[in-house]
Design a protein around this ligand. Sequence first.
Ligand code: ADP
Ligand code: MG
Length: 315
Amino acid sequence: MAKVLEVNKLSISFTQYVQGLNRHDLKVISDLSLDVDEREIVAILGSSGSGKSLLAHSILGILPYNAQVTGELKFQGNVLTQDLKEKLRGKEICLIPQSVNFLDPLMKVSEQAIGECQNDREHDERKVKQREIFDKYGLDESVDDLYPFELSGGMARKVLLSTALMNNPVLLIADEPTPGLDSQSVKETIEDIKNLKDNGQSVLLITHEIDVALKTADRIAIFYSGYVIEINTVENFKNQQNLLHPYTQALIEALPKNGFKFTEGVQPLEVVSGCPYYENCPIRTDKCETSIPELVEHDGIMIRCFSYEEGNDGT
Ligand SMILES: Nc1ncnc2c1ncn2[C@@H]1O[C@H](COP(=O)(O)OP(=O)(O)O)[C@@H](O)[C@H]1O
Ligand SMILES: [Mg+2]
């Protein structure tokens, strides 16, 4: 299947100045590799502050100016340069932002969905399309003239989704589309996102809610302390034995007692050396304290753990 998005060894860090001139590098994302196929939904599951939005913003080319980035991004096989990101942004690649605050508070929501137009004819055409999409998501004409602050939570998420879909993107990046929604709206959001596959579209779903990831995605990338430690199919999550990383296993094991919510443990913000899961790992060895395993393939599953490196059968 054709790859829509490829992320190869992406790292994002910020230089911080502590007490005057002491420079200090804060690495938020380390060595992240991941891909999204055509008609595929890949979820990134990680706790708050783990760098998920930064990943989205790096794909869109809207990272803060002080972010330092290494690694490579490709879209449909082409390297994503800043120029290309700007060309694709809002067209082939669209974002459902994390909050309604991303909308312009002073502009009617329909005009924001229509976007900038060259002339009246284009505006009229896009107005027709905006109405169609709003209609599809249950937003009647009275919503068109509302300003963002006048929207309810459910309406706001429908406006964000409709706005992101105005240009029929090849890849939709949904950054935490469900928190704060009532259970009916969560259900609808999951259905809406899944339906995009029938239309040939792909989705990178960013979430800290494991139930949403399990209900929506085809594959889940587990983010821990800035590292992707495992990428596995949703199918495999039905059987704990098919989950490879001790953190993923612990996560799933803890779900029933946490009411099936993902409550993350303490994750080291900055790992100086060694595996990020070292402190909590039941199968750690001396090597894990000092070096970081690569993300490798094991039976079609991507795993970052020394026990699955070549010559080691993982037991
Ligand atoms: N402009 C910035 N300067 C310095 N650090 C930042 C900046 N933006 C984000 N960060 C750091 O990156 C971390 C990850 O941010 P973010 O991607 O928003 O996390 P998530 O979306 O997973 O909650 C934050 O906790 C913060 O420490
Ligand atoms: Mg975020």
